[in-house]
Design a binder for this molecule. Structure first.
Ligand SMILES: [Zn+2]
Length: 71
């Protein structure tokens, strides 16, 4: 069985674990949707999938699915 030759120091363990802390992604409401009184939670630096705006500019054309008429 492989076994570590020397014990890690507390400092070495703690240095490794400085990168372990993760925080949940913070969501913001899309400001363009909010002006239309639609609540769209959005991750930072992402284009809004509902209105296609980023930083108040339209960057995507959102296609609206047409509903099939029931036969
Ligand atoms: Zn939006």
């Amino acid at each position: 069985m492989p076994n570590p030759k020397r014990r890690h120091s507390n400092t070495r363990t703690r240095k490794r674990r400085t990168h372990d802390l993760m925080t949940a992604a913070q969501n913001q409401d899309c400001p363009t949707c909010a002006s239309r009184e639609v609540h769209t939670p959005l991750r930072r630096h992402r284009v809004c999938p509902v209105c296609g705006h980023y930083k108040g500019r339209a960057v995507l054309q959102i296609k609206v699915k047409e509903k099939k008429p029931k036969a």
